[in-house]
Design a protein. Structure first.
Length: 418
């Protein structure tokens, strides 16, 4: 089939290349011309998709990246994987809307359109579908298939890649569900059908709200445990020995990426707008996790004060800018907030991250360096934010004067654990 994947980022690119590898003719459409140029040259910017896979698909003629909407014409299946950011707590669905209007021009009877972007329950049937109908003159269900399948990309996960992760699928009617499921059955090992797009949309938000709330729980416990002179990490280890009724979550400097800082708020917004009620669990979790970078900064200030030093004028080395280990994704990363706070206090802040490329948005006052003995010795403090496996932790333990370890990766007399 001719498949169009709208959006070639962390979600769309793995999908597009997998579809190309399974025999489809794939157009990867993206409005970012620089991104399209990189893909056309066979260069990947996503860890889960190697440049070799892209070049193989290009050479086979099964994949082509384009920034021209005209190349979307003639599709049998179109999948939308565009961003859905929040602006002042309100969902911004303009990219979904623009995608629907663009695809509607080329929508033909019998084609299938699938939304993958994370959003609030009701978006597929109340916004996305009507825009497709308005622009095409066709009716969802009667003339074309329409469904929702939430993305479950976990960047850098060596076990659960795109193919191995079960795919939730849905449709606005039985025929749409079959079309959506048939498409994904050819791409992944397992599909999980649900009754309607609303259940599939809620499933995605439920998954990430569950994680968000439990991370907030252990973060708050970690802060209280320190004041109570309790090693929270030992307590978590002990609790994790229980073979039932407990799932391990660990403290950290905050949450980041394309899911946890955003997705639960979509559900909270929907509940408030439709029911006039507050989703208190989400609001509390947001408050705790959003302020973890502030807590990390306070811990660092206290460490300097205990040594009769000031943050102002000190040299601080941050290890890790990505929100997650072994990835280059710095979106919404707590490291960016921590660096901004320290820079505003007058610190000279340097950061080492072998995965995050120079082009990622970071404060221009931040100096990018490599992790070396010289940098460690020169730093008044080191903060381990993202525990990439590529870091030489023995080097850090041997040469850092003081380390605030936010991931419990280090040990030694000069190491303080979050």
């Amino acid at each position: 089939m001719r498949v169009v994947v709208v959006g070639q980022g962390y979600v769309g690119l793995p999908l597009a290349i997998r579809a190309a590898e399974t025999g489809h003719e794939v157009i990867g459409y993206d409005v970012d011309t620089e991104r399209v140029k990189s893909l056309a040259a066979g260069e990947s910017y996503v860890e889960d998709v190697s440049s070799e896979r892209i070049r193989a698909a290009l050479e086979a003629g099964s994949y082509r990246a384009s920034d021209s909407v005209r190349d979307c014409g003639g599709f049998d299946v179109a999948v939308v994987t565009v961003p859905t950011p929040l602006h002042e707590g309100t969902p911004d669905l303009r990219y979904i809307e623009e995608s629907a209007r663009a695809l509607a021009r080329y929508l033909r009877p019998g084609a299938t359109v699938i939304l993958e972007s994370t959003t609030y329950p009701g978006t597929t049937q109340e916004l996305f579908g009507p825009l497709l109908e308005e622009g095409s003159g066709l009716v969802a269900g009667a003339d074309f298939h329409l469904g929702y399948s939430p993305e479950r990309i976990d960047p850098g996960n060596p076990v659960w890649g795109f193919e191995q992760t079960p795919k939730v699928v849905s449709g606005v009617d039985a025929a749409s569900l079959k079309a959506v499921q048939d498409f994904y059955d050819g791409l992944v090992d397992t599909t999980v059908p649900v009754g309607s797009p609303k259940e599939a949309e809620l499933a995605k938000l439920l998954e990430n709200t569950f994680r968000h709330v439990n991370i907030a729980l252990v973060n708050e416990i970690a802060m209280f445990a320190r004041h109570l002179d309790i090693d929270v990490w030992q307590a978590i280890d002990a609790a994790s020995s229980k073979p039932f009724g407990f799932m391990r979550f660990t403290p950290g400097p905050g949450v980041g990426g394309h899911c946890l800082p955003i997705d639960p708020s979509y559900l909270s917004w929907r509940v408030q707008r439709e029911l006039g009620q507050s989703f208190r669990f989400v609001e509390l979790a947001n408050d705790i996790n959003n302020h973890m970078p502030d807590y990390v900064t306070r811990r660092l200030v206290n460490a300097f004060n205990s040594r009769k030093r000031a943050v102002n004028g000190s040299r601080i080395l941050l290890l890790g800018l990505a929100y997650k280990k072994n990835t280059g994704d710095a979106r919404e990363s707590p490291a960016l907030r921590i660096s901004q706070l320290l820079l505003d206090m007058g610190a000279e802040v340097r950061a080492a991250d072998p995965h995050v490329v120079e082009g990622q948005r970071v404060d221009n006052r931040l100096v990018r360096v490599e992790l070396t003995q010289k940098e460690l010795v020169a730093a008044d403090a080191v903060v381990l934010i993202t525990d990439h496996d590529a870091f030489d932790y023995g080097l850090v333990e041997a040469h850092a004067d003081y380390v605030l370890d936010c991931r419990r990766r280090l040990s030694g007399p000069r190491i303080e654990v979050l």
